[in-house]
Each structure stands twice: as C-alpha cells, then as structure tokens.
Design a binder for this molecule. Structure first.
Ligand SMILES: [Zn+2]
Length: 203
C-alpha cells in the first residue's frame, strides 16, 4: 500500500519517538563515546554500514571493543593492541555474539567507523551513515542472536531515518577493508530487516 494513501490513519508514525531520544535508541545500552562529531548541516542519513570487529581478533565475549570505542582500552593488555595504539574510533551500535546491543554515539551525530570510503560516488560515508559493528571476525559466521537483534533494530532505524542503502565496510572501502566478510549472511539480513532489495549491495 502506498504510504501516502489518504485512507491510512494520519498518526501511523506517532510511535517513533518512544524508540528514540535525540538519536539514542531506547533499547540499547548506552556507553557514550568521545569519538564523534557533528554531521554536515542538512545531510540526509540514508546509509547503514555493517562492520565486524573483535579484540584481539577472534576473541569473543570480552569488553575490549567497548573499551576501544570509549578510549579506555589498555594498549599494553595484549600484543595486538600495540598495533592499534592510539586509534580513536567509534560506531553508533555494537552487537555482541549473544545479541546484546550497545550504543556509543547518537545517530544524529557522526561516528568514526568508515574512514576513507565512498558509496555510489559519495565520499566520507561517516557524514551520512549509521555504523553497526557486529562482534565477529572476517570469514567467521555470525550468531542467530545477532541477526535477531538486527531484526528489531534495523526497522526502527529505518522508521526514524530515511535509509535507502545498507552496505558492508568492504563495499565502501574495497581493497582496504574486508568486514563484515564472507561469513555475513546478507540474504538473512534482508529477510529479517524487512527492507527492500534495492537497499542491499548487489551480490
Ligand atoms: Zn569496519
């Protein structure tokens, strides 16, 4: 049905505010990061970027990713951390292997997840995207609980922001990034998100 059909009740979007408060999703654990900035004035937030991360890579269930995104990681705690020492990054959301959902930056602000990137000719994807990190590793598969969290989160984001595209970090920074990687099931994401074919990367 056409959403602008006049037979629809005029208050169909009235439920949005209960899920969001100034760009913060009500059902995520809030862990504010200092790593963010203002989005360019008037920008249309129409892209979701999917990532995977684990620290050290392949180690699941710890708190190191949350520490990294809030500049609390002890660079001496593991040899791998020395390779990323001083890195200041963030994402809007992080989904643990058990489906736990964390938020670090208001979606109204610009998080630092994409780096040098381009989507359909537009550079600086951080300006106009929402970044979602999944606890995982390039090449590894992801847990049912993580897709279940996305099943709830993605429609809520799409209700609040004019999302037209979902891409992987690997799609917007090809050659430089490989996440979320071959183990991520885009077809399952599409089924569970309820978003249309046109939103997804061409496979
Ligand atoms: Zn990434």
């Amino acid at each position: 049905m056409n959403r602008s059909d006049s037979s629809e009740p005029s208050n169909t979007k009235v439920q949005s505010p209960q899920f969001w408060e100034n760009g913060w999703y009500r059902f995520a654990r809030r862990l504010p990061s200092p790593n963010f900035g203002a989005r360019p004035a008037g920008i249309c937030i129409d892209l979701i970027v999917m990532h995977s991360i684990s620290l050290p890579p392949g180690s699941y269930g710890g708190y190191q990713v949350q520490q990294l995104f809030t500049n609390q990681l002890d660079w001496n705690a593991h040899p791998y951390f020395k390779q990323i020492e001083g890195l200041e990054v963030s994402a809007h959301f992080y989904v643990g292997r058990n489906g736990d959902l964390w938020q670090f930056v208001s979606c109204d602000n610009r998080a630092w997840h994409a780096g040098a990137s381009s989507h359909q000719g537009r550079g600086n994807c951080n300006d106009f995207s929402i970044g979602i990190e999944l606890e995982g590793l390039e090449g590894d598969t992801f847990e049912a609980a993580q897709y279940e969290t996305l099943q709830t989160l993605l429609p809520c984001i799409a209700q609040q922001y004019p999302i037209a595209h979902i891409a992987g970090h690997e799609h917007i920074a090809p050659g430089r990034k490989k996440d979320p990687g071959t183990g991520f099931d885009w077809a399952q994401l599409q089924r569970c998100s309820g978003l249309t074919d046109q939103c997804f990367p061409e496979s």
